[in-house]
Design a protein around this ligand. Sequence first.
Ligand SMILES: C[S@@+](CC[C@H](N)C(=O)[O-])C[C@H]1O[C@@H](n2cnc3c(N)ncnc32)[C@H](O)[C@@H]1O
Length: 438
Amino acid sequence: MPFSVAADATRPAEPGSIDFEFRYQQLLYNLDPDRPFEGDFEKFKSEYQERQLRNNQTRIIDADAPPLTAEDETSQLLELRSVLYQAPRYSTPTYFLDPHLAVISWNVAFELIFRPILPAIRRHHVNYFIVELANQDEVIDHAREFTDKVKDGQLPLVDLEPLVYESPDYGRVEFMKVATQLTDGNAHLKAWSVSLLLKKIDWTLYKRDLEEHLRKDRLWGLYAVSYDAILRGFRPYQELVQDVISALPSPPSRILELGAGTGNVTQRLLERNYNVVAVENNPYMLEKMAAKGLRSSPKLTVMLESVENTEFDNRRNFDAAVAVNVAYALEDPLSCFRKVAAALKQGGIFALSTTHSNTNLDALLGAIKADLEVRAKFPEYREHYERLVSVNRAIEKSIAKRYSLEQYKEWLMDAGFQIAHSEPKYYDAVEVIQACKT
Ligand SMILES: C[S@@+](CC[C@H](N)C(=O)[O-])C[C@H]1O[C@@H](n2cnc3c(N)ncnc32)[C@H](O)[C@@H]1O
């Protein structure tokens, strides 16, 4: 039976639904008295569905490729296992608790939203997180009920509840918390994964920032694959590291290292018997460091953290700080330099090298290639070299040149340092700066 939209106002139709389309057609015809609509809904529906199917098929890219066989699917899933551990890093805001409910880790999206409170919750019981929430009263009540269940011997396998956080960056943020037990092969609880499904946030700002942070994280992750393959054999890089650390006081002393990466500088510092606290926020870089066996050294403490969100030891007991090719990556260099100054003893040295607005990477990238060719390594390392070039070009475009050399020096002085020495190095790709805390 034909009907008009106006005549059937009691049945609202969702835009985009078949019902909606049908009524829209009717409305169009009914507005034109010369062309009364004669169709019936069932006929319209089947024609509409056929049309949609045809449209969708032309839109499916590679529609000609045959579907995977069940065997293909199984073998691809097996292959996926070796990389799937990366996925939670890029999913919805998520943090991880140990079996005693201490916050032990989080992913990129969580770090972005909860940036202001990270130092207060890191390695602390989850209650330190709860008291930062706008609906903490309800959450505390819920936590009591949870504890009662645990006392009754019924540890919940999953736990859902609403959370609300007032973010200075993204306004009022509302989540549905989904906490799930992570158990080992013996069914023993190893950790809780707590995903926060986003219901409300300033999506425009969050989307922009999330995209940027995820992209950077991936970029450093890809760089980690080729960093050592290319640079460890490149003598000018070794000389740069040597130049930067030559300003440090004699060992043994405590050194704070920013952006430790795969641990090339760290390794040199440990070999010289320094005690090192290394801060690095990319887990793939740290995997490479771990493969070198450095992390078992009792003289090394590694913090998987962003320099911006780390509370350095503020007891002024570091003798020196070092940052090889990292400062350009910092979102707020002045505040980081201030933190470094606060962590250093009087007269402490801050030795760094960084790109700046006048940097040109062409000479350096050309020299790396020439060096591989002279050592007859280019064919073997081509893929690594190409990755290094593409990552460096992306970094050059987005972050390597964003601050000028004068700006770095000004920030250092504002933070309480005196510039003792400054010199271009490494095919003029970076400036090596030695600063002294006044
Ligand atoms: C070019 S690599 C240098 C690594 C090491 N210093 C070296 O010379 O071999 C820069 C490193 O800084 C790290 N990084 C970038 N931004 C960071 C931040 N905000 N906090 C901590 N590490 C950061 C990157 O993940 C990367 O490992």
